[in-house]
Design a protein around this ligand. Structure first.
Ligand code: ZN
Length: 85
């Protein structure tokens, strides 16, 4: 069980959240289909720290960027996304 620190609601159980994948920039809206295919369907699976998007579905209903270790599951930081749209 993960405890995710929501910047607006405080520490909450992961069952309140939906996982949104790695926090990474998306291509521009006029990018070609290959760039969008790669962005949407090609995912790496690194060991170590990475930033992920989580949606606080049963809370404030906002996206949160969480810094989580993919092996130990430790979470050290969370913040508001830079471009919440
Ligand atoms: Zn929240």
């Amino acid at each position: 069980m993960l405890i995710i620190p929501c910047p607006w609601c405080g520490d909450r159980d992961e069952s309140e959240f939906s996982y949104g994948g790695a926090a990474r920039p998306l291509p521009s809206l006029d990018a070609d289909a290959e760039a969008w295919r790669h962005a949407l369907y090609s995912h790496d699976n690194p060991k170590g720290w990475r930033e992920e998007l989580w949606f606080h579905e049963f809370g404030c209903r906002k996206w949160v960027v969480v810094r989580r270790h993919t092996v130990s599951q430790e979470i050290v930081d969370s913040r508001q996304p830079e471009n919440p749209s």
